[in-house]
Design a protein around this ligand. Structure first.
Ligand code: COA
Length: 330
């Protein structure tokens, strides 16, 4: 997905394009370092840092909710965009870990005071944010809606098997949000979406129902299992497919990799970020990485890293950002 930021004054006139007008993020206060995790499973700070680049992760406490994180990120995005919650037409929540399986977006819209907004959830795991951005663009480009608040949020810690060292070291919790707004110039320069369902089994959080009798019938009842992953296969998929989809998105945007100011990938593994940058011929200085602080926060990772980079003054209005999510689906 290739996009560029826009200055607020340009957004005053609405048009048929889409631009990001503000961003925000949130992470739970609780932090678990690699050293602390090494007391729980057979691992080490050295192994985790070398293989993934992760140093710590933020984890929600039992009484904390995904909605709370999402609302905090959403509020920040509204403030940066300088828009009122009532002016939001649509709230999209990209998450695989809603507080409510029926969806949490409309509750979050209500908590934000986005009283006019319709809300729905999008489930696409770690790619949820970029899928959500493509959906937001369809509503804005067709003129149906003018302002969409897109929030990527996940609390994967609820679904991690804390005895599985192959997965539990990777994930953390967080939320990130952007205000997408109609704009005379279309700042979503191009996108490409790709799925390979034949590799679905490589990364799952699947329903594990047990038979339960209801009268003469048996129905399934139960709960979801824990995150299960074939790490090597997911790694291979990411390193092969992410450069391909970015190349295709660049082609649609009529740009080359040299014109990309920032490579903003889903924050899963530093080695994946470096391998993709190398394949695209981009220097490491032009990659955004915050996974040492947060680990893999799933749908939150791209907007969380975007928000930090914008607030640090790294990403500037007018610059070209190539973003890509990848993960379960695959
Ligand atoms: N600490 C210490 N050792 C560990 C470990 C841990 N947390 N996890 C696995 N190991 C061990 C394995 O048991 C194995 O030991 P063995 O050689 O004695 O059998 C060894 O380390 C190598 O395991 P392997 O799975 O081959 O490691 P890897 O180099 O592939 O790295 C990942 C594992 C998970 C870091 C890597 O595959 C990866 O990042 N994949 C992508 C996953 C991902 O990003 N998923 C989310 C996508 S959204």
């Amino acid at each position: 997905m290739i996009l560029t930021c826009i200055e607020e004054k340009t957004l005053k006139t609405f048009g048929a394009g889409m631009a990001i007008a503000g961003c925000g993020s949130a992470a739970p206060a609780g932090v678990l370092t690699n050293d602390e995790l090494a007391k729980v499973v057979d691992t080490s700070d050295e192994w985790i840092r070398t293989r993934t680049g992760i140093g710590q992760r933020h984890l929600t406490k039992p009484q904390e909710t995904l909605s709370h994180l999402a609302v905090t990120a959403g509020q920040q995005a509204l403030v940066m965009a300088g828009v009122e919650a009532e002016s939001i037409d649509l709230v999209i929540l990209a998450t695989s870990t809603p507080d409510d399986l029926f969806g949490s977006a409309s509750k979050i819209a209500s908590l934000l005071g986005a009283s006019r907004a319709v809300g729905f959830d999008v489930t696409a795991a770690c790619s949820g944010f970029v899928f959500g951005l493509a959906i937001a663009a369809q509503f804005i480009r067709t003129g149906v809606y003018q302002r969409v608040l897109l929030i990527g949020a996940d609390v994967l810690s609820r679904w991690v098997d804390w005895t599985d060292r192959g997965t539990c070291v990777l994930f953390g919790d967080g939320a990130g949000a952007v205000v997408c707004q109609a704009s005379p110039e279309d700042r979503l320069l191009g996108f490409e979406l790709y799925s390979d369902g034949s590799k679905n089994d490589c990364l799952t959080l699947s329903y594990q129902g047990q038979p339960r009798p209801v009268g003469e019938m048996a129905v399934a009842a139960g709960t979801y299992g824990a995150i299960a992953m074939n790490g090597r296969e997911v790694y291979r998929f990411a390193v092969e497919k992410v450069p391909e989809v970015i190349e295709k998105a660049l082609y649609r945007a009529n740009l080359t990799a040299e014109q990309v100011d920032w490579l903003l990938l889903h924050q899963a593994n530093q080695r994946i970020i470096e391998a993709v940058a190398e394949r695209l011929g981009l220097p490491l200085e032009r990659t955004i990485s915050n996974l040492s602080q947060y680990g893999n926060t799933s749908a939150a990772s791209i907007p969380l890293a975007l928000d930090e980079a914008v607030r640090q003054g790294k990403i500037q209005p007018g610059q070209v950002v190539a973003a890509s999510g990848f993960g379960a689906g695959l």
